[in-house]
Design a protein around this ligand. Structure first.
Ligand SMILES: Cc1cc2nc3c(=O)[nH]c(=O)nc-3n(C[C@H](O)[C@H](O)[C@H](O)COP(=O)(O)OP(=O)(O)OC[C@H]3O[C@@H](n4cnc5c(N)ncnc54)[C@H](O)[C@@H]3O)c2cc1C
Length: 536
């Protein structure tokens, strides 16, 4: 048996972030990870001989700058570079949109003079609201508590401070905020813009990891969620971590280990030990026991409460609700080894557009149909694909002259209809995704030397992402902010004393941010000081 101060279940980037902050504050921390590598969904692996890529998450923007600084990730060797162009959207008629610093407005103007005129205003509106919401990222949202104890008074203060942050919005910005939290991205974009590709540029962010039509209420929030980020101080920009997303989590793990954190791999947790209504440790799959003052879970909340804790140990109403925690991103992820770079009909040959997020989804209607098809048949014959070719920015991933590409594909049903299994259909759907890219870049299919396929079921099996949910739970209004993962538990504390949520199922949700890990660590430290004083 091992004894420690904090045991953390999962070495995803949030588990590692939480571990590093706790260890920096002087606590003994033991991280246990089911897989043989650290990183969770932010990991780089060789998927074809000589070809490495980010396996799941594939692009950086949301990683919080304070987390980068506090964990000294740059000193640990992390280097994040900007794409030379941000996005490239080819259309079937041969037109295209190419965005990025100094080129977006001209490219939009070639499609629609009207859209070019309103573009800056809309982008500024999103940025201004994102600026205010960024202030909520590294703090626990107000938590709803019953009664009038000290904790309730603290939460009332938190609510007051949160309201004060929101008061920095003008009345008109508050109206936009309400729109962005409640309406569909499709409606908002149809009101502002006229050209399909321009709407698709913003609309794509509304369906990333969101198994819904861009016309579904609430999809505008998902669009906003993807605007929170920045790369090297440039807001709203997406970039690439040299070495792939695993470079981020390897740097985090180095910092954590430097601070004395023990990271045990191939060490899945079978059960959380609960004694006298308090979480006091974990039992691993191999039977080993680790006892701790605090248990922090980096895993999906539904997995935590329905698989790792005995039902009798949980309040019945809590368990009943968490069983209905909504998972399922509708995402099908592939990595391909390429013999050569693709050449797009809309913009042939090499160029900066090949360093960008290449979005095959030429209109909101196309995305809407992809969702409706997936609901009816399991996947769409005209799927949405974002392709990134990170080897255009990073020569550590593929042999000289060869390339790797990430394909992030939607929509597919998290569970197939009529009892069909993803295991029987993953190859067929992978062929479809490659054919879809090939229809915009002829010759792409024959350039594929090898491929890795991750259906929603594969994502669940490999990473513990239930229903393949890339965010550990849908980013719907009933699962956000003070309701993530449930009203009354937005303060990173679970329903059992000593148990904490430090993964993406807690505020501010999914993405490689480090924020839930940071925030959970602050709460654990506060509780520790309350129990043991500053010397604890
Ligand atoms: C396909 C895909 C594409 C994505 N693309 C992007 C992107 O480009 N950019 C971006 O910012 N975000 C992206 N995301 C979202 C982002 O990767 C995740 O939201 C984030 O990485 C989750 O981090 P986490 O630390 O909270 O959890 P995870 O990374 O899920 O880590 C949880 C860890 O817990 C471990 N675990 C599970 N069960 C047990 C157990 N019983 N015992 C011990 N350990 C256990 C898992 O193995 C895992 O390592 C993507 C996600 C996916 C899946």
């Amino acid at each position: 048996m091992t004894e420690t101060d904090v045991v953390i279940i999962g070495a995803g980037h949030n588990g590692l972030t939480c571990a590093a902050y706790l260890a920096m504050a002087g606590l003994r921390v033991h991280v246990v990870e089911r897989r043989k590598v650290v990183g969770g969904a932010a990991v780089t692996e060789e998927f074809h001989p000589g070809f490495r890529n980010s396996v799941a998450a594939y692009t950086v923007s949301l990683l919080n700058p304070q987390v980068i600084r506090d964990l000294r990730l740059a000193e640990q060797g992390l280097r994040i570079v900007e794409r030379r162009a941000q996005n490239f959207l080819p259309a079937p008629d041969g037109s295209y949109l190419l965005t990025g610093e100094g080129r977006t407005k001209d490219s939009v103007a070639r499609l629609s003079v009207h859209d070019a005129e309103v573009l800056n205003g809309f982008s500024r509106e999103l940025e201004d609201i994102a600026d205010v919401l960024r202030q909520f990222v590294l703090r626990a949202p107000p938590n709803l508590l019953e009664g009038f104890g000290t904790a309730a008074i603290r939460e009332a203060m938190n609510a007051f401070q949160s309201a004060n942050i929101l008061r920095t919005l003008t009345l008109e910005q508050s109206r936009s905020l309400l729109d962005l939290f409640t309406r569909s991205a499709g409606e908002i974009l149809d009101e502002r813009f006229e050209h399909d590709l321009v709407k698709a540029l913003f609309g794509f962010d509304a369906i990333v990891g969101n198994y819904a039509s861009p016309y579904a209420a609430g999809s505008a929030y998902v669009m906003l969620h993807h605007a929170f980020g920045e790369v090297n101080g440039k807001k709203g920009v997406w970039g690439h971590a040299i070495g792939g997303m695993g470079a981020i989590t390897e740097a985090m793990a180095r910092t954590a280990r430097d601070q004395g954190v023990a990271i045990e791999l191939d060490a899945g947790v079978r059960e959380i030990i609960v004694e006298r209504e308090r979480a006091v440790g974990v039992v691993l799959e191999n039977g080993e026991t680790i006892r701790a003052k605090y248990v922090a879970a980096n895993v999906n909340p539904k997995l935590l409460y329905t698989r790792l804790i005995a039902a009798e140990a949980l309040p019945a109403d809590f368990l009943a609700r968490i069983r209905h925690w909504k998972n399922g991103s509708g995402t099908f992820r592939m990595n391909v080894a390429l013999d050569r770079l693709p050449s797009f009909t809309a913009l042939p040959g090499e160029g900066d557009h090949l360093t960008s997020g290449i979005i095959i989804a030429p209109s909101l209607g196309y995305m809407d149909r992809a969702y409706l098809d997936a609901r009816a048949q399991g996947w769409s014959s005209s799927p949405v694909v974002e392709m990134l070719i990170p080897s255009t920015l990073d020569d550590t991933l593929a042999p000289a002259g060869k390339h790797v590409a990430s394909l992030f594909c939607q929509h597919v049903a998290p569970e197939l209809p009529e009892g069909k299994s993803w295991d029987d259909h993953r190859d067929e759907v992978a062929d479809l995704m490659i054919a879809t890219v090939d229809s915009y870049a002829p010759g792409f299919a024959t350039s594929v030397l090898g491929r890795q396929i991750l259906s929603p079921l594969d994502l669940e099996r490999q990473f513990g992402l239930l229903g393949g949910d890339i965010f550990h739970g849908a980013l719907t209004l009933n699962q956000l902010f003070s309701a993530r993962p449930m009203l009354g538990h937005a303060d990173y504390r679970g329903p059992i004393r000593g148990l904490y949520h430090c993964g993406s199922g807690a505020h501010p949700g999914g993405g490689v941010t480090g924020a839930p890990g940071h925030n959970a660590a602050q709460v654990i430290l506060r509780d520790h000081r309350a129990l043991f004083g500053s010397r604890g």
